[in-house]
Design a protein around this ligand. Structure first.
Ligand code: NIG
Ligand code: FE
Length: 404
């Protein structure tokens, strides 16, 4: 593979050091910033980052990319999405704009279950096509590494198909086998009997993690524990959707079980923050989901200041966060959650890669890491969060190759 030299960059910017995850204000704000920079990629990896004035002769076949006027940052990592789905919830979106709540729609059999019907009907090929479309939107927003969950099949065939299409698209698949109780089961326990006996053995071969929606109207803490313990025994890393609407004991459960992350946390109070700060469970914050549903923002400032591992993600899905843009997430994190731009960059690169178990390869612009790079058409990388709803993605390089 030819080398790629990105030259004459206004800046090359990366979370500093090699540590993952980064926790606390100081570590999360520490950046390596090289002005008037180049980035050299070789065989899909970053070979060197430095000042143009120090660039020597590059041997062999080299493709050059003019980065003048641009800031380079690591490819963004979206560690929480539901990007495999069919159908649309635009009608529900309109109902919610008129005052219906997400929980009411869910209780009435709409919400997640309406996406389950459409997803079951799509077939594996249809799901692969839907993911490819969503993936193209994500890439155009700077996401080069992504996770995507199942959870809209809730039968054996569709759950496994969802995991396969994520794997085949190069994503990190998460089995969200406990997302909702499908209509063919009377209650959550009967559904879990089925899911753990019939789906888990195959899902564990395809997925990297398991996830559960611990919430009033979905799965309670006892059911979540049962599901997660079985998934852990099958070798999966554990994640939870918790404290989205109510504090339901998800954080202590995550800490006890050694989960990788708890995600959402819009309803988390000071005790939950303390428990997370004292644990290795990452807090994955999803400010678009809070905004989209008119919920309070999660307590990001307290989580960072008290030393919890904090990551940011989109939660891209058709119901609670129809938004694939990590740059918008970054803008919301700065404006609504008082996170500093550098903390935000760490949270959607290194720390998100840590949640996916990929921090040795993804999330930094430094030698040895995957050559996944975003060029912003701004000479100051902070335009990423600053231009709210704007688009400064000039080029996305994945595996050392420009994608556009
Ligand atoms: O993370 N809260 C549960 N699951 C998703 C939403 C899924 C949907 O509404 O389709 C979430 O917000
Ligand atoms: Fe989610």
């Amino acid at each position: 593979m030819a080398k790629l030299l990105v030259r004459d960059l206004a800046q090359a910017v990366s979370p500093a050091g090699t540590q993952a995850a980064l926790r606390g204000r100081e570590a999360m704000r520490s950046l390596d910033v090289v002005e008037d920079a180049y980035v050299l990629c070789d065989d899909g990896r970053i070979a060197a980052v430095g000042r143009m004035s120090d660039l020597g002769r590059v041997e062999g076949e080299v493709e050059e990319l003019d980065g003048s006027g641009c800031a380079a940052i690591p490819g963004l990592v979206d560690c929480h999405t539901h990007a495999v789905f069919a159908g649309s919830r635009v009608g529900e979106f309109e109902l919610r704009s008129g005052g219906a709540t997400y929980e009411e729609l869910h209780a009435a059999g709409g919400g997640i279950l309406s996406t389950v019907s459409a997803t079951r009907a799509a077939g594996e090929q249809g799901l692969a096509e839907a993911l490819a479309l969503h993936r193209s939107w994500m890439l155009a927003s700077g996401t080069t590494t992504f996770e995507a969950k199942s959870g809209y099949g809730l039968d054996r065939e569709t759950e496994l198909a969802m995991l396969r299409v994520v794997r085949d698209a190069g994503g990190s698949p998460t089995w969200l086998g406990a997302h909702a109780v499908p209509p063919e089961f009377d209650d959550a326990d009967a559904y879990l009997d089925f899911a753990l006996a019939e789906v888990l053995p195959e899902a564990a071969k395809l997925a990297e993690a398991a996830d559960v929606f611990l919430e009033r109207g979905a799965f309670d803490a006892v059911q979540a524990r049962r599901y997660l313990e079985a998934c852990r025994a099958a070798g999966l890393r554990l994640r939870l959707h918790a404290d989205q609407f109510t504090e339901g004991g998800g954080i202590p459960l995550a800490a006890e079980l050694g989960a990788v992350s708890v995600d959402h946390l819009e309803a988390t109070g000071p005790d939950g923050v303390k428990t997370l700060a004292a644990s290795d469970v990452a807090a994955v914050l999803l400010p678009v989901a809070a905004l989209f549903l008119g919920r309070p923002m999660p307590p990001a400032r307290a989580l960072v200041d008290e030393g919890a591992i904090v990551a940011l993600a989109t939660d891209f899905n058709p119901g609670s966060a129809f938004c694939e843009s990590l740059p918008l997430v970054a803008g919301l994190a700065c404006t609504q959650m008082q996170m500093a731009p550098a903390e935000v960059l760490a949270a959607c690169t290194v720390n998100a890669a840590h949640v996916l178990g990929r921090a040795d390869r993804a999330g930094r612009l430094a030698p040895g890491y995957d050559a996944d790079i975003v060029l912003l058409d701004a000479s100051d990388w902070r335009y990423l969060p600053y231009h709210l709803g704007g688009n400064h993605i000039a080029q996305v390089i994945q595996g050392g190759k420009p994608t556009a």
